[in-house]
Design a protein around this ligand. Structure first.
Ligand code: GLC
Length: 720
């Protein structure tokens, strides 16, 4: 039986500290003799080769096996390295970006896709994934909104917990089981002005109400690791923030897992102006419970010296080493450092027809029908189709953070439509540059001609996938370049036009929305995006996705979100588009968004026939049953996410005008009626008050069914 404490007792201080260091695999990819280049750049020596505890961003199973073998031959303690990577929305077969996946409101689908990606990643040698990313967001200018499930903390937590469970699988120590790392703790998504890595200033009760719950949900689900964020939070960068790292994470939440810094975040304490040098940066990070330092060398270079100086004790170091070795043990690495990863396993595990079918289904479930004047679904009888726009025949639709997925392995819209309708004549015209910000309109005439001559037009617009993701923030959320003008010309030439939208964020597409007969938001749908688009456009799939982040009318409204407070001077919906003096509104734009949280249409016609409450009063240990009846008044089967919202009418702090407290996705056949039942209990009414207590307060509440800007029924009840 492996005795980890005994193993640690036999290690030198340098070997112990090596377990706390993680570097890019390319630092070691040269030969043993190659200690120039990345090794030296990282201040490492040849000896370090055999001390480093973990690597990230390696290429594949071949490289992992080679590096692990060489390491074990050189490490006298025979401690396997652990290999980590960002498996965010697929490993090689890519499913829709998380901002889309959350909108499926389907935890089983999320688990199925995540499980598939875990097996693919495991075949390639990935043993830990830096997932789930559950950062709460309210500002679509921030590029990493694509990586999260949006502006509802409960939903982010549910989807994050589902991913933790799915990555672990039945047995994390076996092939297909990955350890998980929740990130970016905390409030990285609250970056001022929506600019990545910018500072975050939030009150404690807002942090606790909106920004922290999803991380806690993942910890309760058994996440193995946690990654502090790059940002300053209320004056102190997360990795050195003792309120976050010790008071909340360790003392309140009792998290005992491994904490790993983000990429060079420890080194960046110097840039933030918190540390004078690497030694001080390492001191702050280690003191605040950062166990592994990713891609900076403060621990390797200075931790031993700080132990010798008595700043830290070797017992403190041993406790961290033990946590890291326990993680490796849970992963089964001491028994099998390779866990079945091999090129042959990769070959038969990745990008299979079954995996493609799954991500196609996911893309169908995540797409959001924003608008439809009746032009969709298209008939399959048409003979001439014009595919127009920069995404008409474009492989770049798998989104940022697509790990080892390859754009060229994706199915384009043109390929998807042609495959569904092999005999139809398709004319593809880009119409404008996919250099995106060029204002070249020279191909408009060709696009208009194609539109005029076609029976139907599929107009494929959006923002490129490198306009979102890490470091990719925007100050303008409209369609880039001349796409709006192109749309005006094309729709003017043929009103039988549907827009396919490709985006990693909510876009302020008011101009497009004012002229387009239909807009189907595909987000970045992944490897099977083109086939899913064809399924949805021609009615072989019925859209059921909802948006989980508000689409603004104008970027000037950002941050804009559904769970806002009322202010003391709200304006009515009816007066939204006019300026109301001395009220909370704008002179040049209404307050209402273009599309609100929870919006998403269907080809079916869902009629909410009623909502009843089992009683109108509840005491603290009581329960109110809410029954909602939905009827599908159409001949098309479809899925609908029934959403239940709550409002606390009077409390010690101003409460949101709406809060999602429950949801259920149901399937309704043609002319079918179903009732959905929710149970509302007192804990669902609790909030963080201004005294930072998590409480419910007696008084009047409402329950509503519908979605943020469009409630079908609202009923009051009292908490006694
Ligand atoms: C990046 C990201 C983080 C990722 C890490 C390793 O900078 O912020 O989400 O896990 O580096 O790739």
């Amino acid at each position: 039986m492996l005795d980890l404490k005994k193993l640690i007792d036999g290690m030198t201080v340098e070997e112990k500290i090596g377990q706390l260091a993680q570097f890019n695999a390319n630092v070691f990819s040269g030969s043993d003799a190659d200690i120039t280049g990345p090794l030296v750049k990282n201040g490492l020596t040849g000896d370090d080769l055999y001390r480093i505890g973990s690597l990230l961003n390696f290429k594949d199973s071949k490289e992992m096996n080679e590096l692990q073998k060489r390491h074990l031959e050189g490490d006298r303690n025979k401690i396997p390295m652990v290999f980590m990577m960002d498996v965010i929305h697929g490993y090689r077969t890519i499913f829709p970006i998380p901002l889309a996946l959350g909108g499926s409101f389907d935890t089983e689908l999320v688990e199925e896709c995540t499980r598939m990606s875990a097996v693919e990643a495991s075949s390639a040698g990935v043993q830990v994934t830096f997932t789930p990313m559950v950062d709460y967001v309210r500002d679509a200018r921030w590029g990493r909104v694509m990586e999260t499930c949006g502006e509802e903390p409960i939903l982010n937590g549910i989807m994050g917990a589902a991913q933790v469970k799915a990555f672990h699988g039945e047995d994390m120590s076996k092939f297909g089981g990955l350890a998980t790392c929740v990130k970016h703790y905390a409030a990285y998504g609250g970056a001022e002005a929506g600019r990545d890595y910018n500072q975050v200033e939030l009150s404690e009760h807002i942090l606790r109400e909106f920004y922290l719950p999803a991380y806690k949900a993942c910890i309760d689900a058994g996440v193995d690791m946690l990654m502090p964020s790059f940002n300053v939070l209320n004056g102190v960068p997360a990795v050195a923030n003792s309120w976050l790292m010790k008071k909340v994470l360790r003392e309140e939440w009792g998290f005992e897992g491994v904490v790993i810094s983000d990429y060079d975040a420890v080194g960046e304490l110097i840039t933030h102006g918190i540390a004078a040098d690497k030694k001080e940066a390492a001191k702050y990070a280690f003191k605040n419970g950062c166990d592994i330092e990713m891609c900076s060398n403060g621990y390797i270079k200075h931790l031993k010296e700080m132990i010798e100086e008595g700043i830290f004790t070797e017992e403190q170091l041993d406790a961290v080493v033990l946590k890291i070795l326990e993680l490796k043990k849970r992963l089964g690495l001491f028994e099998d450092p390779y866990k079945g990863a091999s090129p042959e396993t990769e070959e038969k595990t990745c990008l299979t027809a079954e995996n493609r079918a799954l991500v196609r289904k996911a893309a169908n479930e995540c797409a959001v029908l924003l608008k439809n004047d009746g032009v969709l679904p298209f008939s399959k009888e048409h003979k001439k189709i014009a595919l127009i726009g920069p995404f008409a025949d474009n492989h770049n639709i798998i989104g940022f953070w697509s790990c080892c997925g390859k754009n060229e392995e994706s199915v384009t819209v043109k390929q998807g439509v042609q495959s569904k309708l092999p005999d139809v004549e398709i004319k593809v015209v880009k119409g404008c540059s996919d250099k995106w910000n060029e204002i070249d309109k020279s191909r408009f005439d060709e696009a208009v001609k194609a539109a005029r001559e076609a029976d139907i037009v599929i107009l494929c617009l959006g923002e490129p996938q490198n306009y979102s993701g890490e470091g990719n923030c925007r100050t303008d959320l409209d369609l880039p370049g001349v796409q709006n003008e192109l749309a005006e010309k094309v729709i003017g030439a043929n009103s039988n036009t549907a827009v396919l939208l490709f985006t990693g964020r909510p876009l302020a597409i008011s101009k497009l929305d004012s002229i387009a007969p239909a807009i189907l938001n595909m987000w970045f749908p992944g490897t099977e995006g083109g086939n899913a688009a064809a399924d949805l456009l021609f009615g072989d799939a019925n859209p059921s996705g909802k948006i989980t982040m508000t689409f603004p009318k104008s970027v000037g409204q950002c941050p804009i979100y559904y769970n806002h407070t009322n202010t003391g001077r709200p304006i009515s919906k009816q007066r939204d588009e006019m300026h109301n003096p001395y009220a909370s509104n704008y002179i040049d734009c209404g307050n209402l968004p273009l599309y609100s949280f929870g919006h998403g249409l269907s080809y079916s016609n869902f009629v909410y026939e009623g909502m009843t409450l089992s009683k109108k009063e509840m005491n603290i240990d009581g329960e109110i049953k809410v029954t909602v009846t939905v009827y599908n008044d159409s001949d098309i089967a479809g899925k609908e996410t029934v959403q239940l919202y709550m409002r606390d009418l009077v409390a010690s702090t101003a409460r949101p005008v709406q809060q999602l407290i429950a949801f259920e996705k149901i399937t309704l056949g043609p002319k079918e009626r179903k009732t959905v039942e929710f149970a509302v209990t007192e804990p669902m009414l609790r909030f963080w008050n201004s005294e930072n207590e998590f409480v419910s307060e007696k008084g009047e509440f409402t329950l509503s069914v519908g979605y943020a800007d469009n409630m079908y029924y609202t009923e009051r009840f009292s908490l006694k």
